[in-house]
Design a protein around this ligand. Structure first.
Ligand code: NAD
Ligand code: DAU
Length: 353
């Protein structure tokens, strides 16, 4: 038996694979195209692990996916592979449509052909987990109740529109062909190995390098933050106990305004610097033009997964952020590697004006 993970060299996917092997020896077939966001160094600690098989491949490539699924015959597929950064989707949506919609379609189609050939008991236990986002539900006003499984879809960016399309495809493959799909809609993750184009690692990186910390608009937008390890635990549970054909929203019950999050990180980083390097990182905060179509607020009511599966986040925002800041401080070679070359081009392009 083995599971197949796609996008397992990215932020959440690599955390999932690393956490998986802390819990079990069941093999993982890890398939990743290694785009700018994929990083094999995230998996360095698994270099000699007999259960970890890494394959560089594109989920849009039907022949490659057919070959991999047919050879390894996984008991489940978890699709983390995606273009994931909203700002990049605004700058150029093409890859988002290609990977997040067409790639997912290809993977579902290959999974369906494979699943059709399985004996009844394996057919029943097979799962295709599509890792999606709360962004598909659009933006909440301050007084709105948080997102639940039945919330209306109202995506506002090319990224969230592509993820919404993927959710519908996963649902359709369940309703039409019986493929046992589960869709998860998770809130903002943070933790080790997150590419520093995203808010939290960007702020840590800029504090340490005394660079301006860009806040879009007035910084009053709210995100519901979840430590990545808690997300991975929820996914492991859903893989075993989640009901096929259903969707689950996952969140941290940690609603924080961007400006407050940034100030907290500045203080955390400052508290860890040696006295000679001590400077007030908050002075680096710079308000910049807002993100077009910027969603005001995300929030999750995770009652379904909390009550039906007994999942609860283990990290508070305080413990999770402290772990994250400490990880970035102790892993500067990783940060240096990922913030060279392409990364600099992106930052220049995104924040030039
Ligand atoms: P990421 O950008 O860090 O990683 C994505 C990974 O997918 C990379 O390793 C990349 O190389 C790989 N990939 C991209 N295109 C591919 C293709 N065509 N074929 C194979 N591999 C490909 O993303 P992440 O933050 O780890 O997010 C993982 C998933 O979780 C995404 O689907 C995202 O929409 C979803 N999600 C993310 C968050 C978050 O806060 N980061 C929250 C909720 C949901
Ligand atoms: O909600 C889940 C989503 O969370 C995932 O689906 C996405 O893949 C993930 O990237 C994340 O999307 P966000 O757009 O919320 O994350 P990001 O880190 O890009 O931004 C968080 C907030 O911070 C958002 O309101 C925009 C703001 N921001 C971001 C950057 C990069 C800034 O103010 N300045 C910045 O430089």
């Amino acid at each position: 038996m083995a599971i197949m993970v796609t996008g397992g060299a990215g932020f959440i996917g690599s955390n999932f694979v690393l956490d998986w092997f802390k819990e079990t020896d069941e093999p993982v077939i890890n398939v990743d195209k290694l785009t700018y966001a994929g990083n094999l160094h995230n998996l360095d600690s698994l270099l000699n692990h007999p259960g970890h098989q890494f394959l560089q491949a594109d989920i849009c490539n039907r022949e490659e996916m057919r070959e991999i699924v047919g050879s390894y015959r996984p008991r489940a597929i978890l699709n983390f592979a995606a273009e994931s950064h909203v700002d990049r989707s605004i700058a150029d949506p093409r890859d988002f449509i290609e990977t997040n919609i067409c790639g997912l379609f290809t993977l579902l189609d290959i999974a369906r052909d494979y699943w059709d050939t399985l004996p009844e008991d394996r057919k029943k236990s097979f799962r295709f987990v599509q890792i999606s986002t709360d962004e598909v539900f659009g933006s909440l006003a301050q007084t709105d109740t948080p997102f639940v499984e039945g919330s209306n879809y109202a995506p506002n960016s090319p990224y969230s529109a592509s993820k919404a399309s993927a959710d519908f495809l996963a649902r359709a493959y369940n309703r039409t062909y019986g493929l046992p799909t589960i869709v998860t809609n998770c809130s903002n993750n943070y933790g080790p190995y997150q590419f520093p184009e995203k808010l939290i690692p960007l702020v840590i990186h800029n504090c340490l390098n005394r660079l301006p910390i860009p806040i879009y608009g007035d910084g009053r937008q709210i995100r519901d933050w979840l430590y990545v390890g808690d997300h991975c635990a929820a996914l492991r549970l859903l893989l075993e106990k989640g009901i096929a054909g259903e969707n689950y929203v996952i969140g941290g019950r940690n609603e924080v305004r961007n400006i407050d999050m940034v100030r907290t990180i500045c203080r955390l980083v400052d508290s860890r610097l040696t006295p000679s390097a001590l400077r007030r990182s908050e002075e680096l905060i710079t308000f910049v033009a807002d993100r077009p179509g910027h969603d005001t607020r995300y929030a999750i009511d995770g009652t379904k997964i909390e009550t039906s599966l007994g999942w609860m986040p283990q990290e508070t925002i305080e413990t999770g952020l402290a772990r994250t800041v400490d990880w970035y401080l102790s892993n500067s070679p990783w940060v240096t590697k990922v913030t060279s070359g392409d990364y600099r081009d992106w930052v220049e392009h995104q924040y030039a004006s």
